[in-house]
Design a protein. Structure first.
Lengths: 227, 137
């Protein structure tokens, strides 16, 4: 069963009883072990690939050398024939036959190394895809568990503090009220600020003797005397 | 990254905030560490943050199954699916019998990214409750 289906089944099927995990801890550990094993296999396969590629390069190089040597000896054989030295030509031809046999062996080894390298590359790619998939699945299991544990920690916390989550509409209403109160306070502060501004202007005008002047005891006395 | 580093950062932001909000963070102990992040003025809908091997999960609980008007349940779910892509940074989900909005970040995210995620999630949850209240009792 895929992990995706396991999670859906577990969550739907009420496997959410306290302490009951989506995938039991032991399977998670086995899964993690599988991931580590796959990583190890990939590392070994990559090392093998390096070795095979090195051998293939060596075989290719030797094949090149043998082919060059064959050409060289063919030249010698021609020269011997031109000198009518058949015995020497035959000796050279035998050497060429030997070289050709070695070249054929090297050719075969070279092709076999190339095939092995291709097979290993394909295997590594496949294992890496598999590993990515394992890791994705494990991450799904761990995230589900982490959300379940977080939810139970949150629920326990609310129970312990004797408080509970308000219902959504009440919560929003209270937040809106707080926001309105904050806005009102801000407005009140602005009004107060502007009133203070007015009064300071008033006092400046008074100092300058402009506008309505406060009546002082002296001015009242002066007014009474003039009656 | 760990929740204590995030808590310390958010608690001390004060006037240096990138988002204009102040935060009050409280770690909740349990099997795994969870951080309860309250945005000042929005304490009723806290954001819960938890860390796993490769991601940081931020969850806001919207409402319980018991708050949904039964006849409108499938309409509500359809509306949630339709809203899932346009809603910035957050997605709808269900945890046990609670509907939630959540956002997931890489564990390599910066503290500024985490702050933005939390504030966006909070904005989204308020807007969602406001706009979807016709489905609720």
């Amino acid at each position: 069963m895929s992990i995706f289906r396991k999670i859906i089944t577990a969550v739907r099927g009420g496997a959410r009883e306290a302490g009951e995990a989506v995938v039991d801890a032991n399977s998670t550990r086995i899964f993690e072990q599988e991931i580590r094993d796959s990583e190890k296999h990939i590392t070994i396969a990559k090392r093998d690939l390096t070795e095979v590629m090195a051998k293939q390069m060596q075989a290719a190089r030797e094949l090149g050398q043998l082919q060059a040597s064959i050409k060289e000896h063919e030249g010698y054989a021609m020269q011997a024939l031109n000198q009518n030295n058949e015995a020497l030509a035959i000796e050279v031809a035998e050497k060429i036959a030997e070289l050709e046999s070695s070249a054929a062996d090297q050719q075969q080894a070279n092709e076999s190394y190339l095939k092995s390298a291709d097979r290993l590359k394909e295997l590594i790619k496949k294992s890496e895809r598999q590993l990515t998939d394992y890791k994705r699945q494990l991450s799904m299991v761990k995230t589900t568990e982490s959300v379940q544990k977080a939810t139970s920690a949150i629920t326990d916390n609310f129970t312990a503090s004797n408080s509970k989550l308000l219902n959504a509409k009440d919560s929003l209403e209270r937040i809106k009220q707080k926001q309105a109160m904050f806005d009102d306070k801000l407005k009140a502060a602005e009004v107060l600020e502007s009133e203070n501004g007015d009064s300071s202007l008033q006092s400046k005008l008074q100092e300058a003797g402009i506008g309505a002047q406060q009546s002082s005891a002296q001015s009242i006395l002066d007014r009474l005397k003039s009656k | 990254m760990n929740i204590h580093k995030i808590a310390t950062h958010l608690n001390q932001l004060a006037d240096d905030t990138e988002t204009g909000f102040n935060f009050d963070c409280t770690p909740i102990n349990g099997d795994i560490d969870v951080l309860q992040v309250e945005i000042i003025g929005r304490e009723e809908i806290p954001i819960f943050l938890s860390l796993s091997d490769n991601q940081i999960l931020c969850i806001a609980y919207l409402w319980g199954e018991d708050e949904v008007i039964t006849d409108l349940r499938s309409n509500m779910m359809e509306a949630m699916l339709e809203m899932n892509v346009p809603m910035p940074l957050s997605s709808f989900a269900k945890v046990e019998d609670k509907y939630v909005v959540y956002g997931a970040l890489s564990v390599n995210s910066s503290l500024d990214d985490i702050e933005l995620e939390i504030v966006t999630l909070s904005d989204n949850s308020l807007e969602v409750i406001n706009e979807m209240d016709s489905y609720l009792n």
